[in-house]
Design a protein around this ligand. Structure first.
Ligand code: AMP
Ligand code: GLY
Length: 426
């Protein structure tokens, strides 16, 4: 098979790496890719926002399957365009991708299909929003409706923060068009976990649960980022809770999408809060997480390609269930100094060891500059390791992290502290 992976982050490096190892893969391309994807998946020039150009490129290169990494092209209808041209694509159409593209859509969908989530109100009028936030119960969570790169959520612990959030959304237009409509949510307490499933119509194939660290600094402090690390398994997410989340969240979501006439084909990512009343949805994403995808791929022992292909073709139910290695996986993200604020680019990276069976360095913001590997983004590398225990996976990852250098390189020292605690108290 000839496969095209779209995207240029760590997630897409991991997907390309796994696909390239499949006996069914004759060639995989990764577009635009990054400094690491080229070793497994060459790139070629292509404007992904031009859907006709993507279809034409797939036809010219006899692509059998397109795997779309990020959410924006899916929300923009790239999968619809490819399907209309008869090209198999892993990733939902624009209509079901609204589960990520619009928080009010997702909330209304969950309310209609009885999926547990926080109580909510939707505001299109800025003054009504401000008035509501002046008197609603606190803590409260204020969310820009549209895609805001994970930054459009304000957690307000007291009245002053709630009022300020209202001002930021309605008067300062801090999130631009994404904040023209605002969802105000009940604050949920608990530990967070991510549960991803391959979904093809009503067929749901759940993958191992993960946790990520969104905050930049140790102790889960500081600004939100795209993700500083991720790992699996999740001690708090027992098999009982996984089964409950499949039954109460993922299966009703898949069935609901079919009932609404917008069946899903791709990976559905449920961000869950493990509350005292059970798992409740914080958000849905219509794609693999980044960096969650990197440890997930190292945890799978099954060939990923037939699973992606069967999902894309609507025959996922015929596939054997994916098998997962015993033990644990851990990904530590290395970032540019200054991230998530402004940071320099073009720093020369050195010290990356050759991958082995247990540790793989997935690239994100890297670029080859006349043979030299240099930084080109905020999140630069995802050092991903597996082990018999979480402690072993984690120390293997950090051993490699400490070998890698560039000017300003930074990372969190405490990835997986919850899992480590869970393991030592078992
Ligand atoms: P989202 O982009 O919707 O996933 O929100 C980003 C982060 O905000 C989540 O990972 C949670 O940590 C937090 N969050 C979002 N909604 C809630 C909520 N209703 N209650 C508590 N925390 C929330
Ligand atoms: N790491 C969070 C996400 O991909 O949404």
């Amino acid at each position: 098979m000839q496969i095209l992976v779209l995207g240029g982050g760590g997630r897409e490096h991991a997907l390309s790496w796994a696909i390239a190892r499949s006996p069914r893969c004759s060639q995989v391309f990764c577009v635009p890719g990054n400094g690491g994807t080229q070793a497994v998946a060459p790139s070629f020039p292509l404007d992904v926002t031009d859907h006709r150009a993507v279809v034409a490129a797939c036809e010219a290169r006899s692509i059998d399957l397109v795997v779309v990494g990020p959410e924006q092209p899916l929300v923009d209808g790239l999968a619809d365009a490819l399907r209309a041209a008869g090209i198999a694509v892993f990733g939902p159409d624009a209509a079901p991708a609204q589960l990520e593209g619009s928080k009010s859509f997702a909330k209304e969908f969950m309310a209609r299909h009885g999926i547990p989530t926080a109580a909510y109100d939707v505001f299109d009028d800025g003054e009504a929003l401000i008035a509501h936030l002046a008197s609603c119960p606190v803590p409260v969570v204020v969310k820009a409706d549209g895609l805001a790169g994970g930054k459009g959520v304000l957690i307000c612990m007291d009245r002053a923060e709630a009022v300020a959030a209202g001002q930021a959304m309605a008067r300062e237009h801090r999130f631009g068009a994404a904040g023209a409509r605002v969802v105000v949510e009940e604050f949920m307490e608990g530990e967070e976990a991510s549960l991803l499933a391959l979904v093809d119509g009503e067929t749901v194939v759940v993958l191992p649960p993960l946790q990520d660290h969104k905050r930049r600094f140790d102790g889960d402090e500081g600004p939100n980022t795209g993700g500083m690390g991720a790992y699996s398994p999740v001690p708090a997410m027992t098999q009982g809770l996984i089964d409950q989340a499949v039954r109460e969240v993922l299966e009703p979501a898949a069935r609901g999408l079919v009932a609404d006439g917008t069946p899903y084909r791709g990976v559905l990512y449920a961000g869950l809060m493990l509350t005292s009343t059970g798992p409740r949805v914080v958000e849905f994403n219509c794609r693999f997480g980044d960096p969650e995808c990197q440890p997930l791929i190292l945890a799978l022992t099954s060939d990923l390609l037939p699973l992606l292909d069967a999902t894309a073709r609507g025959v996922l139910a015929d596939q054997p269930l994916p098998s997962v290695r015993d033990g644990a996986v851990c990904c530590v993200v290395m970032v540019s100094g200054g991230y998530p604020g402004s940071y320099p680019k073009g720093m020369t990276i050195s010290g990356i060891p050759v991958d082995d069976e247990d540790v793989v360095v997935f690239h994100a913001g890297t670029r080859l500059d006349e043979g030299d590997l240099v930084t080109s983004g905020g999140r630069v590398l995802g050092v991903t390791a597996r082990g018999d225990s979480f402690a072993q996976a984690r120390s293997r990852a950090y051993d490699v992290v400490r070998m890698i250098q560039w000017e300003g390189a930074a990372f969190r020292e405490d990835i997986g502290w919850r899992a480590l605690q869970g393991e030592t108290t078992q």
